[in-house]
Design a protein around this ligand. Structure first.
Ligand SMILES: Cc1cc2nc3c(=O)[nH]c(=O)nc-3n(C[C@H](O)[C@H](O)[C@H](O)COP(=O)(O)O)c2cc1C
Length: 257
């Protein structure tokens, strides 16, 4: 069983590769969170592998993932392997520890954490942009090798060192991540320009249902989790974040439509 969350397709691409290799079904965390019931209950087989695949946001798990875990019950759970596979642009900090803690609160033990470096999609703050084309292509070329290594490690129950913490993880994950989760989540400065052709794609792909089309144009509610799907996927580049993104690049995984 593979629970996944994605904004721009990197994590979905990884989740699909894992699903194919391990024969575990994919379950969208975004879709499950839309369900009105409070507890999200899943039956797991004795030989089931339970995976969480998601992007690192500000050196911690993307917020919908911890929201999902806080409502999660696994019926039939008796110590089956539970693995975290995070995708990041550069480094994960202690995302592994944070997800382990969230799972621990539901009496679920994280057995292994892996990470895959993928093209960066964070462009909202000054100083952050997508990767140069060369770097993007290199990351996309290296990702299948890394994922193959993770598949082997999961099959052989090896909690390998296939996880990239990076520098100053304590500061980033225990101080900056809580600020991000507290201040950035909910508010946003997304706006639409005159280039909008009212196709409604942003509304359809928004994983939190934050975007609604009003008089043919997208309007953002206060439930944004900054997954950045809308700004990167708009086919006519009609979405900006304040004034800071006009000159920045756009990215989504080339194989995810
Ligand atoms: C809000 C936000 C915060 C991010 N923070 C980090 C980070 O702390 N470290 C990192 O290496 N990448 C960071 N990234 C980049 C993403 O983790 C990376 O591009 C990821 O593969 C995107 O996955 P997705 O396409 O499944 O959404 C961030 C992206 C966003 C949108």
């Amino acid at each position: 069983m593979i629970f996944y969350f994605t904004g721009t397709g990197n994590s979905l691409w990884v989740a699909k590769a894992l699903s194919e290799a391990l024969g575990e079904p994919l379950i969208s965390i975004a879709d499950e969170l839309h369900k009105e019931k409070k507890d999200l209950i899943y039956q797991v087989r004795p030989d089931e592998k339970i995976l969480f695949v998601y992007p690192v946001h500000s050196w911690g798990p993307a917020v919908p993932v911890t929201r999902f875990i806080s409502r999660l019950t696994l019926n039939g759970y008796a110590g089956q392997p539970v693995c975290s596979v995070s995708t990041c642009g550069d480094e994960c900090g202690y995302t592994d520890r944070l997800i382990g803690k969230a799972l621990g609160k539901r009496a679920i033990s994280l057995t292994a954490a892996y990470s895959v470096i993928m093209p960066n999609n964070y462009i909202l703050l000054p100083g952050f942009d997508v990767d140069d084309k060369e770097v993007e292509e290199r990351k996309l070329q290296e990702a299948p090798v890394r994922v193959a290594g993770i598949i082997d490690a999961i099959r052989e129950h090896r909690p390998d060192a296939l996880y990239h913490t990076g520098s100053m993880p304590g500061l980033k994950s225990y101080w900056i991540y809580p600020l991000f989760a507290h201040l950035a989540i909910g508010s946003n400065s997304f706006r639409v320009t005159d280039a909008c052709v009212s196709c409604g794609l942003c509304e359809r792909i928004c994983p939190t249902g934050t975007i609604s089309m009003q008089a043919g144009k997208p309007v953002w509610a206060d439930t944004c989790v900054q997954c950045v799907a809308c700004i990167h996927r708009c086919p006519v580049r009609a979405i900006e974040y304040g004034k800071g993104t006009q000159k920045k690049g756009r990215y989504h995984h080339p194989e995810i439509k």
